[in-house]
Design a protein around this ligand. Structure first.
Ligand code: ATP
Ligand code: MG
Length: 386
């Protein structure tokens, strides 16, 4: 029998949630990401627990056990049980009964098999009890996870019609868990190509969430290439071009720069990206900042000076990726050096000779001369107009 282990599983706070269900004669099964990630040895994030107890029972049991129950998704059966500050999403076994292509309408179910069948991919339909004993109710999840194969549960076309977000989840999970050398499931890609138009029914928020997580993967390039080939990229990011993405991922690795969704997004380009992906203000600002550095046209040191070390580094990598050649060996160091520079002339040096708008213009002119000199002109040379 397959078992999982981990500090998160042994944690008394988490065991307390399982115990409150089990002591009342209910099942408590970890499911989804926590089981999958524990099996492949990755850090476990959110904890999802599936149970046959109905939401109102979960809420009552939590109350009796002195745990806080928050009805975070009560209409689809989810109660968040907070134990020692740790949230546990406890969801009643469900089955899909009817769909509108965006969100499955669900009914509660009595068996874990039914609950498993309504999930998206076989590797996401794995369960484990409070002792870590893993079960694979559909019988192919463990095998597919070991083979790093992202496979829809049952017919991809039917499953996609139920919820078009599964198209984007397919690419996201492939980027994080798929075998990069094995190619993607051909039936899934054919279904996706046939149904890519359905993506337009999804909210910008859900699309953005998936795309950002996809682009934060170590290497999203094969997934994005498949998105292009199936017409999905054009749907989610019209005008995007993924030609620079694979080279960018390669250059990032060479420079030991961590993956970053906004940098990858900047390399893809596209129209109205902020709105289409409902980016946060901070994300939109960062994306715009990188784009301005890319369009600046200056060398790395000036980029560092003008845009700061991060945006300059991102721009250097993106520009090199689009040219298909590595940046100059000292380019990244130069961005750092540029970012550390400060104009040796200050406004006070020009007052009272200049003031108001004229002062601003004079400072700009001095700065332009300084930059044009390769930051070589000294303070007195700049002040004396040399
Ligand atoms: P992570 O939390 O790392 O994104 P996860 O697998 O836990 O991975 P969630 O989005 O938290 O993903 O969803 C939890 C589980 O719910 C999934 O593992 C899957 O079984 C199921 N699920 C989530 N979204 C869908 C969907 N759109 N269609 C079908 N099943 C889904
Ligand atoms: Mg999760």
């Amino acid at each position: 029998m397959t078992r999982i282990a981990g500090d998160w599983l042994d944690r008394p706070a988490t065991q307390a949630v399982c115990r409150m269900l089990e002591d009342a004669g209910h099942r408590a099964l970890f499911v989804g990401g926590c089981v999958r990630d524990a099996l492949v040895g990755r850090a476990v994030g959110d904890i999802d627990i599936a149970t046959d107890a109905r939401p109102e029972v979960v809420t009552a049991l939590a109350g009796a056990a002195g745990l806080r129950a928050v009805p975070t998704g009560i209409d689809h059966g989810t109660v968040t049980v907070v134990s020692d500050g740790v949230p546990h999403e406890v969801t009643t076994f469900r089955r899909d009964v009817e769909t509108d292509g965006r969100r499955a309408v669900v009914a509660f179910a009595d068996t874990v098999e039914e609950d498993a069948r309504r999930r998206d991919f076989t590797m996401n339909a794995l369960y484990a009890d409070a002792r870590g004993a893993v079960s694979d109710p559909l019988g192919s999840g463990l095998r597919d996870l070991a083979a790093r194969r992202v496979r829809f549960i049952e017919d991809p076309e039917v499953r996609i019609r139920e919820d078009y977000l599964r198209i984007l989840r397919f690419f996201r999970f492939h980027a994080w868990y798929g075998d990069p050398d094995a190619g993607m499931d051909a039936d899934a890609l054919a279904a996706i190509a046939a149904l890519s138009g359905g993506i337009e029914t999804l909210s910008a928020e859900r699309i953005g969430h998936e795309i950002k997580r996809l682009l934060g993967a170590p290497d999203p390039a094969p997934s994005v290439a498949a998105m292009r080939a199936t017409g999905v990229l054009m749907q989610v990011l019209p005008g995007a071009d993924d030609r620079a993405l694979a080279p960018l991922v390669h250059l990032e690795a060479e420079a030991a720069v961590a993956p970053d969704a906004m940098r990858r997004l900047a390399a893809l380009g596209g129209e109205s990206v902020d709105d289409r992906l409902r980016l946060s203000r901070a994300e939109a600002k960062r994306l715009d900042h990188i784009a301005r550095a890319v369009d600046d046209g200056a060398g790395p040191e000036v980029l560092g000076y003008r845009h700061g070390v991060e945006a300059a580094r991102d721009a250097v990598l993106i520009l090199a990726a689009s040219l298909g050649q590595p940046p100059a060996p000292d380019a990244l160091d130069l961005t750092i050096r540029g970012a550390q520079r400060t104009l040796p002339v200050r406004a006070e040096d020009l007052i009272p000779e200049y003031e108001g708008a004229a002062l601003g213009a004079k400072l700009k002119e001095i700065e332009a001369r300084w930059i044009a000199s390769g930051f070589a002109l000294t303070r007195s040379e700049l002040l004396n107009g040399a």
